[in-house]
Design a protein around this ligand. Structure first.
Ligand SMILES: CC(C)(COP(=O)(O)OP(=O)(O)OC[C@H]1O[C@@H](n2cnc3c(N)ncnc32)[C@H](O)[C@@H]1OP(=O)(O)O)[C@@H](O)C(=O)NCCC(=O)NCCS
Length: 341
C-alpha cells in the first residue's frame, strides 16, 4: 500500500472505557511488561483535560497516545505506543499528526515530549515530523532504596566530607560539612512568590533541561505555579544560608503505582554539605511514607548527578552513554509557525 492509503486506513479517535483493556494489553508488550501505562490509564481516561486517543486499523485498536495540557499554553505528548504487530504502517505518525494538530488548533505556545536516548524509533519518527531536540538530562533511579541506610550514609558523608567532596556546581566553593539542619517547607514557604520557588526556578536544572522543570520523563513549564504545586503535593526542603544554601524539590512519581508510590526528584542543587543534609532528611521522610522507588532526571555531571550516584542511584545507560551526555532527551515542536501536519 502507498503511504496515503495506509494513513487513510488508520482512524484516530478518542479513547473510551471499552478500549482500556486493549490499551493495557498493548502496553504490556512494551519493555518486558515494565510500561507505566497500566498505572495511569484510569487517570488519563477520567481526565477532562487534554486528549487520550487510540488508533484503529480495520476496527482493531493498534496504538494510542495522550496530549496533556500543562496550564492552558503548554502541550505535552506522552504514552505513544503502537502494538508491535502493527509497527511501520504509519500508525505512530498518524497518532502524532492528530495530536500535533489538536495542540496547534488549541493555540499552545509550546508542544513537547521526552524520550530515551536509545529509543531509535521514537527519535526517528519525531525528528521526521519536525520536532527539535532542545535539551535533556541524565536519568537516575533506585529501586526499593533502603532509605534509612541511605539517610545515614548521607549524614556520615556530610559529617566527614568524604566521597565526591570536590564536586560542586560551577562557581561553588569547597563544602563546609556537618552541623547543617535541613528544613522541610510547606504552606506559604513554597508560595509562588517564595524564596524557595525563586531558587528552584533559578537553578541550573531549569537551564540545563531546555528551560523546563523535570519530573522524571515528564517536564513541566518552569513557572512558579508548577513549582508550588509540586512542592505542596510533595517534598520541599532547604538547608544552609547564602552561598551554602541548597534546595530539594521532589514529588510522587506520576508513573508509579498507587500501591507502591515512587518519588521523583525535580531539583537538588546547592552546596554539597547542605545537599547531603537535605538528602538525609528527605530519605528519612521517604522511609516513613513507604516510598518504593526514587527516580530523577538531573543535569549531566551536576551535583545532583554525583550525589545520587554516591547514594546508589544509577541509570540503565550508565555504561553506554558518557556522563556528560543526556540519557533523557527533550523535544520541541515549532508551534509558533502554526504548522499543522
Ligand atoms: C515509536 C513508535 C510509536 C512508532 O510507531 P510506528 O507506527 O511503528 O511508526 P510509523 O510506522 O508511523 O513510522 C513513522 C516513521 O518513524 C520512523 N521509524 C519508525 N520505526 C522505526 C525504526 N524501527 N527504525 C527507524 N525508523 C523508524 C521512520 O521514519 C518511519 O517512517 P517510514 O516508515 O516512512 O520510514 C513505535 O515504535 C512504538 O510503539 N515504540 C515503543 C513505544 C515507544 O517507544 N513510544 C515512544 C515513547 S517517546
Amino acid at each position: 500500500m502507498a503511504e496515503g492509503e495506509l494513513a487513510s486506513a488508520v482512524k484516530v479517535r478518542p479513547a473510551t472505557a471499552a478500549d482500556v483493556q486493549r490499551i493495557v494489553d498493548i502496553s504490556l508488550r512494551m519493555w518486558d511488561g515494565e510500561d507505566y501505562i497500566p498505572n495511569v490509564v484510569d487517570e488519563w481516561m477520567n481526565s477532562e483535560e487534554g486528549a487520550f486517543v487510540v488508533a484503529e486499523v480495520g476496527g482493531v485498536v493498534a496504538g494510542f497516545a495522550r496530549l496533556a495540557f500543562h496550564g492552558r499554553d503548554h502541550g505535552w505528548l506522552e504514552g505513544l505506543r503502537v502494538d508491535p504487530d502493527y509497527r511501520r504502517r504509519g500508525i505512530g505518525r498518524a497518532i502524532g499528526r492528530h495530536l500535533i494538530n489538536l495542540a496547534v488548533d488549541a493555540g499552545v505556545s509550546t508542544l513537547r515530549f521526552s524520550t530515551a536516548v536509545d529509543n531509535r524509533e521514537s527519535i526517528a519518527m519525531n525528528e521526521a515530523m519536525g520536532f527539535v531536540r532542545i535539551g535533556g538530562g541524565r536519568w537516575m533511579e533506585c529501586e526499593d532504596p533502603p532509605w534509612s541506610e541511605l539517610a545515614a550514609k548521607a549524614e556520615a558523608a556530610a559529617e566527614t566530607g568524604t566521597g565526591t567532596g570536590a564536586v560542586v556546581e560551577a562557581g561553588g566553593e569547597a563544602a563546609p560539612v556537618g552541623g547543617i539542619a535541613a528544613v522541610r517547607l510547606s504552606g506559604s514557604d513554597v508560595a509562588e512568590d517564595s524564596g524557595f520557588v525563586r531558587d528552584v526556578l533559578a537553578s541550573n536544572v531549569v537551564a540545563a533541561v531546555g528551560g523546563m522543570l523535570p519530573a522524571g520523563f515528564v517536564f513541566y513549564p518552569a513557572e512558579p505555579a508548577f513549582v508550588t504545586k509540586l512542592a505542596r503535593d510533595g517534598y520541599a526542603y532547604t538547608a544552609g544560608t547564602g552561598q551554602s544554601r541548597a534546595v530539594l524539590l521532589a514529588s510522587i512519581w506520576s508513573e508509579s503505582s498507587s500501591e507502591k508510590p515512587g518519588v521523583v526528584i525535580s531539583a537538588l542543587e546547592g552546596e554539597r554539605g547542605s545537599c547531603l543534609a537535605i538528602l538525609s532528611a528527605a530519605f528519612r521522610d521517604f522511609a516513613k511514607d513507604g516510598i518504593g522507588a526514587g527516580v530523577a532526571t538531573v543535569p549531566c555531571e551536576s551535583i545532583a548527578y554525583h550525589l545520587l550516584r554516591e547514594m546508589g542511584f544509577s541509570s540503565w545507560m550508565e555504561e553506554e552513554v558518557p556522563a556528560h551526555l543526556p540519557t533523557v532527551l527533550l523535544y520541541d515542536y515549532p508551534v509558533e509557525a502554526g504548522l499543522r501536519r
